[in-house]
Design a protein around this ligand. Structure first.
Ligand SMILES: Nc1ncnc2c1ncn2[C@@H]1O[C@H](COP(=O)(O)OP(=O)(O)OP(=O)(O)O)[C@@H](O)[C@H]1O
Ligand SMILES: [Mg+2]
Length: 336
């Protein structure tokens, strides 16, 4: 069996912009995700990082089947999800589960924890027989570090970190091989974030899971990711192993994101030249020509407006980077 559990080829999601109430006329499109190629291998964690609005959640929603791609292909365990029959697609979908960002709004306040975690069994009744579901839910509660006796409690009786554990238990209910975490700790206190990340790592080791872990911030994924993809305006601009991205970033956008990570040690802080990005992120409904980052880039030349830099390995980069002037730059890190 192949080690590749998930693959996307040129995955695109454009949201049409329409005018008029009755006769909707399309006058443009939000190019939320604009041609993403990704590979996820068994047991690995792929981090996806980028600023707000760059298309991370839209990508995640396509991967779990909540959003239909405008074009492109998604392969789960080698099977093209748009080419297989309904039953096979269902099985593929079951294999990828989503953990969402906000544990306060993603759990139905009127349902007990037992019903929330067991809800996926209603959609996929064949996974666990009815008589064994309660025991399975209690097992899941225990697995994520919650008291199985609390099965009849409601979400408001739990803290933020505990609620995120409930969300994780629910994602695990159907024994998936891939878990997609869309900013799973962004809404939590810093002290709780580490606990949830440790739990995710423990579960990965115990269950052999593959993760896609989405975050705003490069410092959050550093600890957990084996490889990292950096996104900007619907595209991946740089992808590499944890070391490549953090030690030898070559895309100016990655370098800028890294330089924004706070450095606690004042001695190190002095050594670092901070890159401050000017200007706002352009609208994904009207992205700049050529390189989408060029309007905020200090290296931009004429070629950047004329020619889109492909995501490829360049002489001075060693790993794929979508920049005409990709070059290694020394980075001083927050935590060494
Ligand atoms: N259903 C939709 N209809 C129209 N536009 C949408 C829709 N969903 C998302 N968008 C737009 O697509 C772009 C990408 O949004 P997305 O939520 O994927 O970004 P994100 O990277 O997850 O951002 P954040 O970090 O804030 O969660 C944004 O410009 C957003 O406004
Ligand atoms: Mg999002």
């Amino acid at each position: 069996m192949s080690d590749l559990v998930l693959e996307t080829r040129n995955l695109v999601k454009h949201f049409p912009l329409t005018r008029g109430v009755v006769f909707k006329k399309q006058y443009g499109a939000v190019r939320a995700v604009d041609g993403i190629n990704l590979e996820l291998r068994r047991g690995e964690t792929l981090g996806i990082v980028g600023e707000s609005g760059c298309g991370k959640s839209t990508l995640a929603r396509m991967l779990v089947g909540l959003e239909t791609p405008t074009s492109g292909d998604l392969f789960v365990q080698g099977k093209n999800m748009s080419r297989v029959g309904a039953e096979e697609r269902r099985r593929g979908r079951r294999n990828i589960q989503l953990v969402m960002q906000d544990p306060y709004t993603s759990l139905n306040p009127r349902m007990t924890v037992g019903d929330i975690i067991g809800e996926p069994f209603e959609v996929h009744p064949d996974v666990v027989p009815k008589a064994k579901r309660r025991a399975k839910v209690q097992e899941l509660l225990e697995l994520v570090g919650l008291n199985p006796d609390h099965i009849n409690r409601y979400p408001h009786q739990f803290s933020g970190g505990q609620r995120q554990r409930i969300g994780i238990a629910r994602a695990l209910a159907l024994n998936p091989e891939i878990i997609l975490c869309d900013e799973p700790v962004s809404a939590l206190d810093v002290s709780i974030q580490a606990q949830v990340i440790n739990l995710l790592e423990k579960l990965q080791n115990e269950l052999g899971l593959s993760y896609i872990f989405i975050a705003h911030d490069l410092s959050v994924v550093r600890h957990i990711a084996d490889r990292v993809a950096v996104m900007y305006l619907g595209k991946i601009v740089e992808i590499g192993t944890e070391d490549e991205i953090y030690e030898t970033p070559t895309h100016p956008y990655t370098q800028a994101l890294l330089s924004a990570v706070p450095v606690p040690d004042p001695k190190l802080r002095g050594q670092r030249d901070q890159i401050v990005l000017t200007g706002d992120v352009p609208s994904p409904a009207d992205p700049p020509s050529g390189c989408r980052f060029r309007t905020r880039c200090w290296k931009a030349q004429d070629i950047c407006a004329e020619q889109e830099p492909l995501l490829q390995i360049r002489e001075k980069s060693g790993h794929p980077s979508a920049c005409h002037f990709a070059e290694v730059r020394d980075v001083v890190h927050a935590t060494e």
